[in-house]
Ligand binder design. Structure first.
Ligand SMILES: *[C@@H]1O[C@H](CO)[C@@H](O)[C@H](O)[C@H]1NC(C)=O
Ligand SMILES: *[C@@H]1O[C@H](CO)[C@@H](O)[C@H](O)[C@H]1NC(C)=O
Ligand SMILES: *[C@@H]1O[C@H](CO)[C@@H](O)[C@H](O)[C@H]1NC(C)=O
Ligand SMILES: *[C@@H]1O[C@H](CO)[C@@H](O)[C@H](O)[C@H]1NC(C)=O
Ligand SMILES: *[C@@H]1O[C@H](CO)[C@@H](O)[C@H](O)[C@H]1NC(C)=O
Ligand SMILES: *[C@@H]1O[C@H](CO)[C@@H](O)[C@H](O)[C@H]1NC(C)=O
Ligand SMILES: *[C@@H]1O[C@H](CO)[C@@H](O)[C@H](O)[C@H]1NC(C)=O
Ligand SMILES: *[C@@H]1O[C@H](CO)[C@@H](O)[C@H](O)[C@H]1NC(C)=O
Length: 607
């Protein structure tokens, strides 16, 4: 691992942080280990210290080596990769694209490369006080603007050609690209057709990634509508170092939104551009811990940062990666709590605000005597189980089925009980699939849902998503918009009904759908379509006043969606297992879903 900046590595040692003082005795040892981990092994000649550490950490290896191949069975994946669907040729394909518009005030956006002078003199950079974070916004009237854009004529000269390449005038051909940390760097790129000519239509879906050893983030792409796009990069000044900027062309001209998009997938990596981000004196506003009022943003543009790394971390027999001590602390301001409990080998996610990571005690103190109602796809089943096992320390519930309703008691304090209810929304029958929001057309199913909101007590919070099943069901975006509107009206009536009876209305938390990973990027629930659908549902929920908080799980999962290390294609929270995973390796990473569980708790518990 490349070195963490010195300031960052040590700041939590000396900061007058109450948590650190509270844990001081434990930390005296951990700090020592922490330095070894953070400073890596290439930084210091740590000799015997390192060996000692390795011995401690590798304790489970022996068992691992003894393990036979008997449990290397493939995992059952409930949404299979090679399901195929008949394309209904009678229906016109409507192709629409989400528009992520960068925030309207163009604060200090630099067009063109901001190359650093050879002598590394940063004195001419803009004054620190002017810098701001990159942020994304959902375009106003999202659904109707999409339809209007689709219906607008134009682009005839390029109707018959398709993008196959891009050119990035200010980056292509550069030997050594160096950019300053802190600033937002915006570059224009142009799509090219088979003959190498500029393509003059927008709507291509580019996947973008900026990754270094301890910073992973999705650079924002803006479609200018004429075949030109902009891409915006930013790295916080605490994370200088080597990065790769990768750009993939996944779908051309809205083709990811088709009913059966697989055969249209282009899925080609167009660039891997090494970029060195240089230390600068720039300052960005410090992100603060999320308050309830922060969790209303429609679209997030967060990043994963890494604050420790155990190079020798191995999977344990129960399929877990306990790479850091359980109470290895978060580093301010990127998270607050025990980073070790996330089992992410040092990674954490933050957005426009940062998240508290809960201990069993703090989570129980928040959830006690509450009723949380989930409505969504099988990803919810995984997240609920993970929240019970990893955060609430309730391990006797081995699996959470598609319909689940239980009063759960804190194993160490019988006074604390939470009711968790979860109703699958992939199909009105919990053994079915691929109906999504259309499930609400079934009267029995609607009555089932309403039943939970018609008693003397009703759920305190509803956590919902529109699932991957919607990606399969709807023949085009226009019909999905109608389905989303139906769902929004349904939920607003449920909430109104509760209010009319003089009860406190449940708070509705909308959790966007995951970015599907690896092979699933090409399928009916590909990221292009899911991102558009996420926007449509949110737009409709807002229109009918049926949403209070937003959690952008699409943004959280996105940096990990290029392969199947952290997902099986469609789930990020499958139970840990030391078995052969989708990508052929033994075991899989589940921390992306654990992070979501903590973020959900932030939404439920923050003030
Ligand atoms: C290592 O494993 C042994 C038995 O397998 C156990 O007794 C011991 O506590 C473990 N040590 C650590 C540091 O986990
Ligand atoms: C998926 O495809 C492979 C090979 O084409 C086949 O062996 C396998 O049975 C298929 N799986 C399903 C669930 O259809
Ligand atoms: C959204 O639509 C309404 C009514 O059609 C219009 O008044 C409003 O200006 C639109 N807002 C945006 C941001 O387009
Ligand atoms: C960038 O990508 C190359 C391979 O394409 C890889 O060898 C290198 O380690 C990557 N660098 C970083 C900082 O991830
Ligand atoms: C979870 O509960 C077990 C006992 O059931 C206990 O040994 C363990 O320390 C608890 N974990 C946490 C993080 O509190
Ligand atoms: C949970 O407890 C509440 C209140 O005691 C009760 O009304 C409800 O039926 C219980 N639910 C389940 C699934 O046990
Ligand atoms: C549970 O509540 C009872 C009565 O209110 C109290 O006496 C007891 O100390 C509580 N137990 C815990 C673990 O808080
Ligand atoms: C759900 O589907 C299963 C089989 O697909 C069927 O046996 C069952 O009767 C259905 N349940 C309802 C309530 O329709």
């Amino acid at each position: 691992m490349s070195q963490m900046p010195e300031k960052a590595a040590n700041s939590w040692l000396f900061r007058p942080n109450p948590m650190v003082q509270w844990w001081f005795k434990v930390l005296t040892i951990l700090v020592f280990l922490g330095i070894l981990i953070v400073w890596g092994i290439d930084g210091w000649n740590v000799g015997n210290f390192r060996k000692d550490f390795v011995v401690i950490k590798l304790n489970s290896t022996h068992q691992y080596l003894k393990k036979t191949h008997q449990d290397l069975t493939p995992l059952d994946v409930s949404l299979q990769s090679n399901v195929t669907f008949q394309e209904d040729l009678a229906k016109p394909q409507e192709n629409l694209v989400p528009n992520l518009a960068p925030e309207t005030e163009p604060v200090n956006i630099n067009v063109g490369p901001h190359l650093i002078p050879d002598d590394g003199n940063l004195a001419n950079l803009p004054s620190p006080s002017t810098l701001d974070w990159i942020s994304a916004e959902l375009e106003g009237n999202f659904s109707s603007n999409l339809l209007a854009g689709w219906l607008a004529p134009g682009g005839e000269p390029c109707r018959d050609s398709k993008s196959v390449e891009i050119t990035i005038p200010s980056l292509d051909g550069q030997e050594k690209i160096e950019l300053a940390c802190g600033e937002i760097h915006e570059f224009v790129f142009q799509a090219l057709d088979e003959s190498g000519n500029p393509h003059c239509l927008g709507g291509d879906y580019f996947e973008t990634d900026l990754s270094g050893d301890s910073w992973k983030f999705r650079p924002l792409v803006k479609d200018l509508g004429n075949g030109a796009y902009t891409i915006s990069l930013q790295v916080h000044p605490d994370f200088p170092g080597d990065y790769n900027l990768s750009i993939y062309l996944l779908f051309r001209h809205y083709e990811g939104l088709k009913f059966s998009p697989e055969r249209f997938a282009f899925d080609k990596k167009l660039r891997t551009i090494p970029i060195k981000f240089l230390q600068s004196s720039a300052r960005l506003p410090e992100i603060s811990q999320c308050q309830k009022s922060d969790l209303t943003r429609d679209v997030w543009s967060g990043r994963w940062t890494r604050h420790a790394k155990n190079e020798n971390c191995l999977i344990s027999n129960d399929g877990r990666y306990r790479c850091l001590e359980p109470n290895f602390p978060c580093q301010h301001p990127w998270c607050d709590g025990s980073l070790g409990l996330l089992e992410s080998n040092g990674w954490t996610y933050s957005a426009h605000c940062s998240f508290k990571l809960f201990s069993p005690q703090t989570a129980w103190d928040c959830l006690a005597n509450r009723w949380i109602f989930f409505w969504g796809d099988s990803n919810h089943c995984d997240s609920i189980r993970n929240m019970l096992h990893f955060i609430l320390n309730v391990t006797h519930i081995e699996a959470v089925p598609r319909r689940f309703d239980m009063n759960i008691t804190n194993p160490v304090n019988p006074n604390q009980t939470v009711r968790i209810t979860s109703i699958f929304n992939g199909h009105p029958n919990d053994t079915g699939n691929y109906q999504g929001l259309n499930s609400l057309k079934n009267e029995g199913y609607r009555e089932l849902l309403k039943g939970y909101f018609s008693g003397e007590t009703v759920p305190d919070s509803v956590i919902m998503n529109s699932g991957l099943h919607d990606g399969v069901f709807w023949s085009n975006l226009r019909t999905f918009i109608k389905g989303a509107e139906y769902a929004a009206v349904f939920w607003s009536e449920v909430v109104e009904g509760v209010k009319r009876r003089g009860l406190v209305a449940p708070e509705i938390i909308y959790r966007t759908t995951v970015a599907t990973g690896g092979y699933a990027r090409r399928l009916a629930f590909n990221p292009n379509k899911m991102e558009a659908f996420n926007g449509v549902v949110l737009d409709k929920l807002r229109q009918f006043g049926a949403v209070d908080r937003v959690i952008d799980d699409f943004d959280m999962t996105y940096p990990w969606h290029y392969d199947n290390r952290c997902n099986d294609g469609v789930h990020y929270g499958r139970a840990p297992a030391k078995m052969r995973w989708r990508d052929g390796q033994i075991g899989h990473q589940y921390f992306v879903d654990l992070m979501l569980c903590h973020v959900l708790l932030n939404a439920l518990c923050a003030r």
